[in-house]
Design a protein around this ligand. Structure first.
Ligand code: UP5
Length: 193
């Protein structure tokens, strides 16, 4: 499978910054395949017979980063399920610089990064609200605090590295969902329109 010919965009930002919300809309407007790393891991966790089920459940509840061998395997599998597609949006991965390098070395290079910049208090409010109905094991105050810590320590350096390469589109996520997406769409249209 010729991964190297595919266009990959990473959608990054803290927990609750709006990665999933905007990715779903980008898929419709620009013909990307949406690959949410967290959703792939949650599905694998529930898959009967998965040898990673318990491991993934523990990592997610603790807000820790699942070993990338697992995540990259799931991402590669999904890309292979869409041989007709040239454009892939990877939402919520890579979570640290080692994962970024591993992906670029073994799958393909990243073309662009969309970064949703968001203060913690805004993300916290959104996640607690979502937690009232999401059923996610990590939408509780204890897990959310751990996710914030991991984002600052491990995941933000990924964005810093891509900033140095001039690959990052930074979007402020504090406006309404419509306004945030309008800005995202305008920036993406300059490249993928
Ligand atoms: N919302 C969105 N935009 C809004 C706006 N402009 N105004 C007001 N409300 C807005 O949005 C979150 C909530 O905010 C929603 O209710 C939405 O309606 C509202 P969403 O779009 O879901 O934000 P997102 O950034 O996608 O938040 P999510 O919680 O999904 O991000 P995380 O990064 O925490 O979750 P993810 O699923 O990627 O990862 C979960 C865990 O999986 C990680 O902690 C980790 O343990 C594990 N993981 C890995 O180990 N490796 C990976 O590669 C990926 C995940």
């Amino acid at each position: 499978f010729p991964f190297k010919e595919k266009t990959v965009v990473f959608v990054l930002g803290g927990p609750g910054s709006g990665k999933g919300t905007n990715s779903a809309k980008l898929v419709k407007d620009f013909g990307f395949v949406h690959m949410c790393a967290g959703d792939l891991l949650r599905a694998e966790q529930k898959r009967p017979g998965s040898k990673y089920g318990e491991l993934i459940a523990n990592y997610i509840r603790e807000g820790q980063i699942v070993p990338h061998e697992i995540t990259i395997k799931l991402l590669r599998n999904m890309m292979m399920e869409h041989p007709e597609s040239d454009r892939f949006l990877i939402d919520g991965f890579p979570r640290n610089v080692v994962q970024a390098k591993a992906f670029e070395d073994t799958v393909t290079r990243c073309e662009k990064v969309i970064y949703y910049e968001c203060p913690e208090n805004v993300m916290l409010e959104r996640l607690l609200k979502r937690g009232e109905s999401s059923g996610r094991s990590d939408d509780n105050i204890e897990s959310i605090r751990k996710r914030f810590r991991v984002f600052t320590q491990d995941s933000y350096p990924v964005i810093e590295n891509y900033l140095k390469d001039d690959k990052v589109i930074t979007i402020n996520c504090q406006k309404s969902p419509e306004d945030v997406y309008a800005q995202t769409k305008a920036e993406m249209a300059k490249i993928f329109g």
